[in-house]
Design a protein around this ligand. Structure first.
Ligand SMILES: Nc1ncnc2c1ncn2[C@@H]1O[C@H](COP(=O)(O)OP(=O)(O)OP(=O)(O)O)[C@@H](O)[C@H]1O
Ligand SMILES: [Mg+2]
Length: 509
């Protein structure tokens, strides 16, 4: 007796179909799983046996072989429990022949037969749309995640018994439907807002410029000046996620099993803030079967590195590839996987060890040597990829006590979106979408500076000794500032604002 049930497995953030084949033959009772089962799949049989028995079905005391095809890719996770159990019960005749063959199933079984949630549902749902199936049978908790994908029927189940009666036609289920536009509307509610940040107009303007051009930014300031507070709000001034972007970001979170309960879609740009003790595998991704890291969880959103100099240098160096390519490739002996990692980098640090260098009230207690050391802790190659440096000084009392709300995020976001639209139109023929991505040839072409601007640039290059690299940075930033002002030519005013955002180029020592 042979039965086949369809399921799906993950390869990176995409899924491929897996056929669960169950064969029951005469012979001594035995149960083996083949097809490169790893970790939790190896233990499936014990859960499947108990779940079948405890759901009141008979378990065949014969020779059972389960094959997971294609047999040459390693399979991990507990999601095959359900298709295995259904395959077994089909082979013994408890499920009508052919009833299961047209559904894709995923689910972990508990020993008493309940179906428990699994990770990676969304990628399977996205892929299953093209597999010509009758629908997807999922643990009830996972159904909203699967239902995001339209053109696919998704059924939620609570226990093995329910699946069996559904397949036998004894217990009808209705497919889960999800109002996607509502998810986007909900995501906008209750978010933190720039209106809560008092004063700090200079820093807010810098963040607006960064968001408008997709530039990476570093904030430097004494403890308690609001760096973390500002960073947390950046995603609220970035353009809204498109459905395709939301889907891609959600897939990554789904693969990691990190989707918050009752949240089917990540409809708001993610904000990730890993602690500075994070390992390179945690940041970039890794493990024997490579899993995405923080850079991928921040895909289409913000990666915030607080206390930048505290991060290990080798960990920061690893950021180069994602910052350059918008994706990471993790090679391991068994597999090499590529995960998307296109994020805006936001970093924060104190100006020195004690935190008060340059503060208006508190004296800095660091020695010149300590200042020097603190500065060298920053990774050069990483700093090279940060377009804006902004000082976030302590907030004045008159600002803090101001009862009026500051400008809300929505108003800032409107300006950011307008500036992005200009950039998209200009850069689309080159396959780029924001100013931060411009290379030397695009800069030459699109960053035309007026006469007075030229004079200013000449003066600062010679006086401040700016490197060729900072020079290009300044032009890119000035382009974004001009776009925010809807100007086609870069003027002196745009340039002088851009020059302010390169404060670390000028710091002594
Ligand atoms: N501009 C501001 N408007 C309103 N509240 C503020 C402002 N700046 C700071 N605060 C308050 O101070 C708290 C501390 O700010 P935050 O944690 O952002 O400081 P920080 O610069 O990150 O400090 P550290 O360097 O110690 O990490 C905030 O949670 C907020 O309540
Ligand atoms: Mg902080």
């Amino acid at each position: 007796m042979l039965a086949k049930v369809l399921s799906g497995a993950l390869l990176g953030i995409d899924a491929y179909p897996v056929e669960v084949e169950v064969d029951i033959a005469q012979g001594l009772p035995q149960f083996s799983t083949v097809g490169l089962p790893e970790g939790a799949v190896k233990e499936s049989k014990d859960r499947v046996i108990s779940a079948i028995k405890n759901s009141g079905y008979e378990f065949p005391a014969r020779r059972i072989t389960i094959n997971l095809a294609p047999a040459d890719i390693k399979k991990d996770g507990a999601a095959f429990d359900l298709p295995m159990a259904v395959g077994l019960l089909t082979a013994t005749g408890l499920v009508k022949e052919g009833a299961a063959g047209r559904f894709v199933m995923m689910g972990e079984l508990s020993l008493d037969g309940r179906v428990k949630p699994v990770r990676g549902v969304l990628p399977v749902a996205v892929a299953a749309r093209d597999w010509q199936t009758q629908g997807l049978i999922l643990p009830a908790e996972n159904t909203p995640e699967g239902a995001i994908v339209d053109g696919l029927k998704v059924y939620g189940v609570r226990d093995l018994g329910e699946v069996i009666s559904f397949l036998n036609g004894a217990h009808p289920l209705s497919p889960c439907a999800l109002p996607v536009p509502e998810l986007f509307a909900q995501a906008r509610q209750g978010a933190e807002d720039f209106a809560e940040v008092r004063g700090q107009e200079h820093a807010k303007r810098a963040l607006e410029v960064a968001a408008a051009g997709g530039h990476n930014i570093l904030m430097v300031g004494p403890p308690g000046s609001g760096k973390t507070m500002l960073a947390r709000r950046i995603s609220t001034i970035l353009p809204d996620l498109s459905f395709a972007e939301a889907l891609e970001t959600t897939k990554i979170h789904s693969v990691m099993g990190l989707l918050p309960e009752k949240q089917a879609l990540i409809a708001r740009r993610p904000f990730r803030h890993p602690h500075h003790t994070i390992s390179d595998a945690g940041l970039i991704g890794g493990g024997s079967y490579p899993r995405p890291g923080e850079v991928s969880l921040a895909h289409n959103g913000v990666l915030f590195l607080d206390e930048l100099p505290e991060f290990k240098k080798n960990v920061l160096e690893m950021l180069r590839q994602p910052l350059e390519d918008g994706q990471v490739t993790i090679a391991r002996a068994a597999t090499s996987l590529t995960y998307p990692a296109d994020f805006m980098l936001v970093a924060a640090m104190n100006p020195c060890n004690c935190g008060f260098y340059g503060d208006s009230l508190q004296q800095c207690s660091c020695t010149p040597l300590m200042l020097q050391r603190y500065k060298t802790r920053l990774s050069g190659p990483l700093l090279d990829r940060i377009d804006l440096h902004v000082e976030v000084p302590r907030v004045a009392h008159k600002d803090l006590s101001d009862p009026r709300d500051a400008e809300p995020s929505a108003a800032i976001r409107a300006r950011v979106e307008a500036a992005r639209a200009v950039q998209r139109e200009r850069l689309a023929p080159f396959g780029l979408h924001c100013n931060a991505q411009m290379q030397a040839r695009h800069i030459r072409r699109f960053c035309a500076v007026d006469e007075a601007g030229h004079k200013l640039l000449e003066m600062v290059t010679d006086r401040l000794g700016l490197s060729a690299r900072s020079y290009a940075r300044i032009l890119k930033l000035a382009r974004t500032i001009a776009d925010l002002a809807n100007c086609s030519t870069i003027t002196q005013a745009h340039l002088s604002e851009a020059i302010q955002y390169r404060s670390l180029d000028r710091r002594p020592g």
